[in-house]
Design a protein around this ligand. Structure first.
Ligand SMILES: N[C@@H](CCC(=O)N[C@@H](CS)C(=O)NCC(=O)O)C(=O)O
Length: 214
């Protein structure tokens, strides 16, 4: 049994999607970050950086924060969603790190400046809009001729990136401009585990791109 500390955000949903995909038993502990529950003493013991997601594996006693570390842990624990063959193994880790160091932080800042705080800083709006579109271009190129980020197999690199791309509309991104990202997005959106994981801890439909060009 895994205790999952989470909230309805892209980083949180990465882990609920992974747990659903892996069919692991887990108990959800909502941490309402809007109400500051991430700063409680109890949660800080589990997640020293005071951010969701975090897990405690009751079987091993291991506690983890940081979505990338958690995804690697779950992949290692189950032997799934991380290829064994060295070239593809490291390619998956490379794209996981790209998501953690580039795509996630940039799209997170884009949400703040382009969706929730328009007009506060023209510099930040321009900077994050430009970098957001550059990163979607990078993902679009990587997905050329591939069903998933590292080829034929769905990996933790896809699980990490997808929930951020799900917020494309808030980031001023039209997925029609990135056709390979669009088909990848829709392919993953069909997975029942993605629907189940997206609804943790609050029920919400998976976002579907609007006005898809034929
Ligand atoms: N690098 C961390 C980022 C985690 C993160 O930023 N979590 C956000 C929600 S998506 C959070 O807990 N925010 C609360 C706060 O900033 O106080 C990860 O990948 O797990």
């Amino acid at each position: 049994m895994i205790d999952l500390y989470t909230w309805a955000t892209p980083n949180g949903r990465k882990i609920s999607i992974a747990l659903e995909e892996l069919g692991l038993d887990y108990e959800v502990h909502p941490v309402n970050i809007g109400k500051g529950e991430q700063f409680s003493a109890e949660f800080t013991r589990i997640s020293p950086n005071q951010k969701i997601p975090a897990i405690v594996d009751r079987e091993t006693g291991i506690r983890l924060m940081e979505s990338g570390a958690i995804l690697l842990y779950l992949a290692e624990k189950t032997g799934r969603f991380l290829p064994e063959e060295p070239a593809r193994h490291w390619e998956a880790i490379q794209w996981l790190m790209w998501q953690k160091g580039g795509l996630g932080p940039t799209l997170g800042h884009a949400l703040h400046y382009l969706k929730f705080n328009r007009g506060k800083s023209v510099y930040s709006e321009e900077r994050h809009e430009k970098e957001t579109h550059r990163l979607y271009g990078v993902l679009n190129r990587q997905l050329t001729g591939r069903d998933f980020i590292v080829g034929d197999d769905y990996t933790i690199a896809d699980i990490a990136a997808w929930p951020w791309v799900a917020r494309h509309e808030f980031q001023t991104v039209d997925l029609n401009d990135y056709p390979n990202v669009l088909t990848w997005y829709l392919r993953i959106a069909e997975r029942p585990a993605v629907h189940a994981g997206w609804s943790v801890p609050l029920p919400e439909d998976v976002p579907m791109p609007k006005n898809i060009n034929p």
